[in-house]
Design a protein around this ligand. Structure first.
Ligand code: DX5
Ligand code: ZN
Length: 216
C-alpha cells in the first residue's frame, strides 16, 4: 500500500487546472509541486504564485518540493500560498538552518519533509529525523523530470526506514525520480509509502490503472 503524488512538472502548464482535476478523477492522493531556483538545481520551474493559483482548484494535499538554496527564506510564503507539505533539501543550507527551517515549517502548522540528494548518505539525516513528518529519498539527481531511476538508492531507503522505525515511526518515506510501473515495486519493498511520479503518470495511457498499481 502506498500513496501516489503525480508531479505537475510533467503537466501541461497552460492547462494546469485541467491536469490537476484529471489527477483527482484518476484517484491520485497528493499533488507534487517541484519548485526549482536555478541555483540549488540547474533548472527553473515554478514558485509561490503557482502554488497560490492551484490551491483553490483542488482539495488534494499539495506536496511542495523545494529545490531551492536556503529555503528558510521562503517557507512562510509557501505555507501562506497553501502548501500542506513543505520539503526542503538537507544540502540546501547549514545544519543549524536546516533544523531551524524544519521547526519553522512545523510552527507554521505544515508538515515538514527533508529530501536527500543521491550522494547524501542516510546517516546525514539522523540529527533531523525527530523533526520530520516525511523523508524524501531522491532516486535521480534533482532538477529534471524523465531521468533514469537509480536502483542503487534502495539500500539507503531501507536504512532510513530502519532508522525511522527506531526514532520516529510515524514519519513517512517518499521516493522521487524515475518511478514507473516497473521501478515502483522495489520502492515499496524497501519502505516507501509515498511515490512521486512525473513522466510515467503523464505518459500513461491508463492513468487510473497506473494510480491503482502504485497504491496497491
Ligand atoms: C526532479 C523532481 C521530480 C520529477 C520527477 O527533480 O523532483 O519530482 O518531477 O519526474 P519523473 O517521475 O519523470 O522522474
Ligand atoms: Zn520532486
Amino acid at each position: 500500500m502506498a500513496l501516489i503524488a503525480p508531479s505537475i512538472l510533467s503537466a501541461d502548464f497552460a492547462n494546469l487546472e485541467r491536469d490537476i482535476h484529471d489527477m483527482e478523477k484518476n484517484g491520485a492522493d497528493w499533488v507534487h509541486v517541484d519548485v526549482m531556483d536555478g541555483l540549488f538545481v540547474p533548472n527553473i520551474s515554478i514558485g509561490i504564485p503557482v502554488v497560490a493559483a492551484i490551491r483553490p482548484v483542488t482539495d488534494l494535499p499539495l506536496d511542495v518540493h523545494l529545490m531551492i538554496h536556503r529555503p528558510i527564506r521562503y517557507v512562510e510564503q509557501f505555507a501562506k500560498a497553501g502548501a500542506d507539505w513543505l520539503c526542503i533539501h538537507l544540502e540546501a543550507d547549514t545544519p543549524e538552518n536546516i533544523r531551524l527551517t524544519l521547526e519553522k515549517i512545523r510552527a507554521l502548522g505544515r508538515k515538514a519533509a527533508l529530501a536527500l540528494k543521491p550522494g547524501t548518505p542516510a546517516e546525514a539525516a539522523k540529527p533531523y529525523l525527530h523533526l520530520c513528518d516525511m523523508v524524501l529519498v531522491m532516486t535521480v539527481e534533482p532538477g529534471f523530470g524523465g531521468q533514469k531511476f537509480m536502483a542503487d538508492m534502495m539500500p539507503k531507503l531501507r536504512a532510513l526506514r530502519t532508522m525511522l522505525d527506531a526514532e520516529n515511526p510515524q514519519c513517512l518515506l517518499e521516493v522521487d525520480g524515475g518511478v514507473d510501473a516497473g521501478t515502483q515495486v522495489i520502492c515499496k519493498e524497501n519502505g516507501a509509502a509515498v511515490l512521486v511520479a512525473g513522466s510515467a503518470y503523464f505518459k500513461s495511457q491508463n492513468k487510473p490503472g497506473f494510480v491503482k498499481l502504485i497504491q496497491a
